[in-house]
Ligand binder design. Structure first.
Ligand code: NAI
Length: 265
């Protein structure tokens, strides 16, 4: 894709799932990639080795960096950005991917878990966006932010109230930041994944549960992390130079009101 080679990218929560696939895709495109992870050095190193293999296969030569940090903690975000900027000499693209979800009836969920979903999914994304924008403005070259939102920024989801609030907030954050910084050459967009085969969904390894979930998806299957990474790369690239403030749903048709697929009467 145009305009990704040589760019400096930070991907949060990139030791597993969609974040890992995004890091690998950017490596394949010839970008320098900082891999943020919360825990599990081994998983982060696995991302790094998959990036090295992708780079080699594509004939690319670029740098990478592993950075442990909790995106919901201001001081850790501050340190993470200092490390990225001193290692790469700048930042061009931020991918806010880190996220968690907990299921419980809305009247019973432990407040600690509710707070965690907002702290990591929404506040964490804002803390990183804030630092990235400060840098983009100081650098004077614009920049790109992609938020990993969800179909649940628009589809209500019983028993996931903290999660849906965090993603609906992310939609508003995407639109507000996009409008506020459009004249500064900063583009802000989201991807809205549907059900995707990653560790956040334990059903991916249970054939019966998986089939049940996939029967609700118009295209009849869950998405892959690589499909999410491809759209993230597109929105980050110069091919998407005139797109800002949007969520691009990557969901096999989940946002198309699937229960209307067959006539009700
Ligand atoms: P995942 O569980 O593999 O990835 C989430 C990543 O976030 C993990 O690597 C985890 O360590 C990291 N993380 C958690 N807390 C963190 C913190 N405080 N600081 C830094 N990193 C932290 O699952 P997946 O699916 O790859 O999730 C990535 C994003 O995609 C999330 O924001 C999720 O909400 C979103 N998403 C996923 C969907 C799916 O079906 N898999 C559907 C819609 C959205």
């Amino acid at each position: 894709m145009r305009g990704l080679k040589g760019k400096n990218v930070l991907v949060t929560g990139a030791s597993t799932g969609i974040g890992r696939a995004i890091a690998v895709r950017f490596a394949e495109e010839g970008a320098n990639v900082a891999v943020n992870y919360y825990s599990g050095d081994d998983e982060a190193k696995e991302t790094q080795s998959q990036m090295a293999a992708a780079r080699q296969a594509a004939g690319q030569d670029a740098k990478d960096l592993l950075i442990q940090a909790d995106v919901s903690k201001d001081d850790q975000v501050e340190t993470m950005f200092s490390k990225v900027l001193s290692h790469f000499g700048g930042l061009d693209i931020l991918i806010n991917n880190a996220g968690v979800q907990f299921q419980a009836p809305s009247h019973e969920i432990e407040l600690e878990k509710f707070d965690k979903m907002l702290d990591i999914n929404l506040r964490g994304a804002y803390l990183c966006a804030r630092k990235a924008i400060q840098h983009f403005l100081a650098q004077g070259k614009g920049g790109v932010i992609i938020n990993d939102s969800s179909v649940h920024e628009v589809i209500p989801r019983p028993k996931y109230v903290g999660y849906t609030i965090s993603k609906a907030g992310m939609k508003s954050m995407t639109q507000t930041l996009a409008l506020e910084y459009a004249r500064d050459g900063i583009r802000v967009n989201s991807i809205g994944p549907g059900a995707t085969l990653t560790p956040i969904n334990p059903w991916k390894d249970d054939p019966e549960e998986k089939a049940k979930i996939e029967s609700n998806i118009p295209m009849g299957r869950a998405g892959t992390p690589e499909e999410m990474a491809a759209v993230t790369a597109f929105l980050s690239s110069d091919d998407a130079a005139y797109i800002t403030g949007q969520t691009l749903f990557v969901d096999g048709g989940l946002t198309l009101y699937p229960s209307f697929r067959t006539p009700w009467t």
